[in-house]
Design a protein around this ligand. Structure first.
Ligand code: AQP
Length: 335
């Protein structure tokens, strides 16, 4: 039986944080033996907000190395760079012309990020979800493992696929496979360390709001020490205690326990006792990833070969889908 296909990606916009890890990459690693996986570094998405051309290539490289360091296994998965497969840009244009503008204007992420950019907001930011739809649909993905924040974009991808199938395909010969989101409950939404009601985010101006996968033990210790808490005695998973909920949730995952065990362990604790436990659990969980990352970064030839092979595998799938779409839309075949 052929395995179902999975596609997902992360933008190379700065350091990967534990929200990206728990919401996305850790799940990719766990599910990969059961699927045929394509994981890309979505560098075309990275320029939808102002970017620095001096760091884009290196960030892309670092992100690919982090995928491997987190445990992406090339026996099950293909790692590639989005901009290396030109079909992503081409399909985006075709989908742009088939996507109603008001579908994009409704996207929460656009509204939130557009506010931050004011007058400089680019058409690319509005178009971000169409590019994401192209990424997913090119690979006939069955499942898309993402964090909770991407749920609305996944819904849009499904709507675009259904619309194109209805207009240009047939029931027997649909143009696109309609993908399903794969959102795990725990870790799906890791919150900022500075405000338990806001998601942890790469673009938050405060470094203290997030823990990066490559933070040193001292930095992790400092960030946890300074993180926002509440003045209530005893720790609990209460809905009206966003910071407490978030930190207990992180401890649950990083100490590899279940929620009930953590609720019992921490019920009578104060922050002074809890914070060192959380710090140690994060440091120990990240240590093997950091060691592997440092090892991979010493071997550029290896990383280049991974990305070259990834590009070839991704192109062979993506170009086939692009051909099918262009046929469906009635384009003159190229020579
Ligand atoms: N706080 C989070 N909790 C759980 N999952 C998260 N993801 C992002 N933040 C959290 C998931 O990480 C994957 C890659 O995200 P991305 O690179 O596309 O960036 P993003 O979703 O825009 O969020 P970032 O990384 O924090 O960047 P900005 O600063 O742009 O908001 C996705 O699967 C996402 O769900």
């Amino acid at each position: 039986m052929t395995k179902k296909r999975v596609l997902s990606g992360v933008q190379p916009t700065g350091n990967l944080h534990i929200g990206n890890y728990l919401g996305a990459i850790r799940n990719w690693v766990e599910i990969q033996p059961n699927y045929d996986n394509f994981f890309c570094v979505v560098d075309l998405h990275a320029i939808t907000v102002p970017h620095d051309p001096k760091t884009l290539a290196q960030n892309t490289y670092n992100m690919a190395a982090l995928y491997l360091a987190c445990g992406i296994d090339l026996n099950h998965s293909t790692i590639f760079v989005q901009s290396h497969v030109t079909a992503h840009s081409e399909l985006t244009w075709l989908l742009n012309c088939l996507t109603p503008l008001n579908w994009l204007e409704r996207m929460i992420q656009f509204k939130e990020k557009a506010v931050k950019q004011g007058e400089n907001v680019s058409a690319g930011l509005l178009d971000y979800p169409v590019l994401m739809a192209a990424d997913i649909l090119l690979y006939d993905a069955d499942q898309v493992p993402v964090g909770e924040d991407q749920k609305q974009h996944l819904e849009l991808t499904r709507n675009i696929a259904v619309r194109v199938n209805d207009k240009f395909g047939s029931e027997q010969n649909p143009i696109f496979k309609v993908p399903e989101p794969m959102i795990r409950k725990e870790g799906a939404r890791v919150m900022s360390l500075a405000d338990g009601t806001k998601k942890m985010s790469k673009s938050d101006s405060s470094q203290l709001s997030r823990i990066n996968l490559l933070d040193t033990p001292d930095v992790i210790k400092k960030k946890i020490k300074k993180c926002k808490t509440d003045p209530i005695m005893g720790l609990s998973f209460a809905d009206d205690r966003p910071e407490c909920n978030n930190l207990l949730g992180l401890y649950t995952i990083f100490s590899d326990q279940n929620k009930e065990a953590v609720a019992d362990e921490c019920a009578d604790m104060g922050w002074g006792k809890f914070k060192p436990l959380l710090t140690d659990s994060i440091i120990s969980a990240l240590e093997p990833i950091q060691n592997k990352y440092n090892e991979i970064m010493t071997d550029k030839t290896y990383l280049d070969s991974v990305l070259k092979e990834g590009q070839e595998k991704a192109e062979s799938v993506a170009n086939k889908t692009l051909g099918r779409v262009k046929d469906g839309l009635g384009y003159l075949p190229s020579f």
